[in-house]
Design a protein around this ligand. Structure first.
Ligand SMILES: Cc1cc2nc3c(=O)[nH]c(=O)nc-3n(C[C@H](O)[C@H](O)[C@H](O)COP(=O)(O)OP(=O)(O)OC[C@H]3O[C@@H](n4cnc5c(N)ncnc54)[C@H](O)[C@@H]3O)c2cc1C
Length: 395
């Protein structure tokens, strides 16, 4: 029987494991290894920070998803991969594989900027459930004792959407509480211009965000790298300083240490069009763990986003390719990745699309309306339903 090991229990890992089981049935022994026994629907973490969602609204137990489908789950940290011997090591065991699918997401490199981060530094973060819960506590304190807010992304970030969302959501909530004049908001970013998003913009996104930030009195500070963070102050590499009471700053992204040796200098893994490792033919990398070259050089380095939507598509292609290897059938054709992103704006929302991800494109726009807010809520409910019941065959 073919042994397939999947690293990571989130958008990519769960989808890949469920698809492999669905396609191969009892012909494969599928095991997921993840250091988190919960699946968190991360697009809703900004709502959790704002107090609009509780953790139990947006999390599912990984074992409860996998076990009924006959997929084994090991709740441990993977320490290393030996691609020559086809083995994965945790602190307690070595697990051999015939195929390995890596979907370990980003390593949040707080240590690259002195003073950054919720554990050892002075800033908050949105990128894990634990970080978002802590940011929610900082937000509550800000409501009691308002002051300057800085939200944004450091150099080498490749996920900008949540910071835009939080800037709009905090603006909306402060306004609703008649406190907006007591809490100036700055959107600080490594992007060369507003709406760049790591993909050189989506249609009219630059003008869209310039207009929306002007209307909301959110001040944009673009094209910036952060030097260090001290209690209550962000120091930029150009010498300027931004005071804050609440700073939610996305840290630089890297590949996670266990798989980084398989990747480029930042630890992201180069793959072919079917998400197969360019050297090790039985290893696949999907989602944030894989490498996409930026569309253009930027004065401050930024990464290309790999959204949940893209990650699910990659997982399906990788699973179908492994199936074709085992069955000796024709592998799935190349399927271009596109960005389809629903961005909450507090009082409204926007749909952003770029197809394909990198320019030149067939289709690219940013559109706003309450319909996008309803779509965003529906996406949350739909995706959690789909994952809870292991229905990876659904779109
Ligand atoms: C706040 C926020 C908002 C977002 N909003 C949207 C949105 O609106 N739309 C959208 O499409 N996308 C959105 N995204 C992006 C989306 O969440 C990611 O694209 C998706 O999570 C990537 O999935 P992944 O499987 O690659 O990695 P991740 O989701 O990061 O999962 C990585 C998994 O690997 C595990 N892991 C890591 N290291 C190890 C190790 N050493 N050993 C064992 N396990 C390990 C982790 O515990 C986790 O289970 C958002 C992301 C965030 C953070």
């Amino acid at each position: 029987m073919t042994r397939i090991v999947v690293l990571g229990g989130s958008f990519g890992g769960l989808t890949a494991a469920l698809e492999l089981r669905r396609l191969l049935g009892k012909e494969a022994d599928v095991t997921v290894i993840s250091d988190d026994d919960k699946f968190t629907f991360m697009p809703s973490l900004p709502w959790l920070i704002m107090g609009w969602r509780a953790p139990e609204d947006i999390t599912l137990g990984v074992d409860g998803i996998l076990r009924p489908k006959g997929i084994s789950f090991i709740h441990e940290i993977v320490n290393s991969v030996d691609p020559e011997k086809s083995k994965v090591a945790t602190a307690n065991k070595e697990i051999s594989y015939d195929y390995l699918v890596i979907s370990t997401g980003p390593h949040l490199a707080f240590d690259e900027i002195p003073g950054m981060g919720p554990e050892k530094g002075h800033t908050d973060c949105t990128f894990t459930l634990g970080h978002a819960i802590k940011t929610g506590q900082t937000w509550k304190k800000l409501i009691e004792n308002p002051g300057p807010v800085v939200i944004g992304s450091a150099q080498m970030v490749s996920c900008f959407g949540p910071s835009y969302e939080l800037a709009f959501e905090m603006h909306t909530e402060l306004k609703r509480r008649k406190m907006r004049h007591k809490a100036p908001i700055i959107y600080l970013t490594s992007e060369p211009y507003l709406g760049h998003m790591g993909v050189a913009g989506l249609g009219n996104s630059r003008r869209f965000f310039e207009d929306e930030f002007a209307a909301s009195e959110i001040k944009a500070v673009v094209n910036q790298a952060i030097e260090e963070i001290t209690p209550g102050e962000i120091r930029l590499k150009d010498g300027s300083r931004l005071p804050f009471k609440l700073a939610m700053i996305a840290p630089p992204f890297k590949g996670v240490p266990a798989v980084a040796p398989l990747g480029n200098p930042r630890g992201f893994i180069a793959v072919d069009k079917n998400y197969r490792h360019t050297k090790y033919r039985n290893i696949f990398a999907i989602g944030v763990a894989m490498a996409i070259a930026p569309p253009e050089p930027t004065p401050v380095p930024v990464g290309v986003p790999k959204t949940g939507f893209m990650t699910v598509k990659m997982a399906k292609t990788a699973a179908a390719t492994i199936y074709s290897d085992i069955k000796g059938s024709i592998p799935p054709p190349e399927s271009a990745l596109e960005v389809v992103c629903l961005m909450d704006m507090g009082h409204t929302a926007a749909l952003m699309k770029a197809s394909p991800v990198l320019p030149p494109r067939q289709d690219s726009y940013t559109k706003k309306g309450m319909w996008a807010k309803w779509l965003k809520v529906s996406f949350e409910k739909y995706f959690l339903f789909k994952m809870k019941h292991g229905l990876s065959n659904l779109p």
